[in-house]
Design a protein around this ligand. Structure first.
Ligand code: PH2
Ligand code: MG
Ligand code: MG
Length: 169
């Protein structure tokens, strides 16, 4: 079995429900066990262009740990299928989305291909990834980026609120 971490994000169509549904979808993947779910976090958009005059809605973000017998490539395909099932559209880069499922880490794999980069290329500079990841894996040491605890700063933690409602499991 392999250990993987998946980041979830939504800022359209009831984001809390979308992320909770995504946890269930992860739990339902073949050859895969959902090991841990972080709390849900309300986060301000980072690097999201706003369409003329319209505000980019806040995101709900979370991170899941899974154990899986799927290869990294097959897990990635499964994550895309979960996004598509939720109705994901891609009108432009970083557009508002019903669901984004990003593969952050897969064991200690380091890879850069057209389809897959591990560790996820921006995870180490994204508070909306690092805070929920730290919540479920505070001791984590990552390939390339090292200790998660050393990456978190007050700057990266700005405009991120942990939701106090616990998601039903
Ligand atoms: N995802 C992005 C770009 N910006 N900002 C927040 N707060 N949350 C996200 O999940 C997010 C983002 C690209 O996938
Ligand atoms: Mg993303
Ligand atoms: Mg993505």
């Amino acid at each position: 079995m392999h250990q993987a971490f998946v980041a979830l994000g939504s800022n359209l169509q009831n984001p809390v429900a979308q992320v909770e549904k995504a946890f269930s979808a992860l739990a339902g993947l073949p050859k895969t066990r959902l090991v841990k779910k972080s709390s849900l976090y309300r986060t301000a958009p980072v690097d999201c262009p706003s369409e003329a005059g319209s505000e980019v809605p806040d995101f709900i973000n979370a991170v899941a740990e899974v154990q899986t017998a799927l290869s990294a490539q097959d897990l990635l395909l499964a994550l895309h299928a979960i996004e598509n099932e939720a109705g994901r559209e891609r009108p432009y880069v970083n557009a508002p989305r019903v669901l984004d499922c990003d593969l952050l880490l897969y064991d200690d794999m380091v890879i850069k291909s057209d389809k897959l980069t591990l560790p996820h290329p921006r995870m180490h500079i994204r508070g909306f990834v690092l805070l929920p990841l730290f919540e479920i894996a505070p001791q984590l040491s990552m390939p390339v980026h090292g200790s998660i605890a050393l990456l978190i700063s007050s700057e990266l933690s700005k405009d991120i609120t942990k939701l106090s409602i616990t998601n039903p499991s």
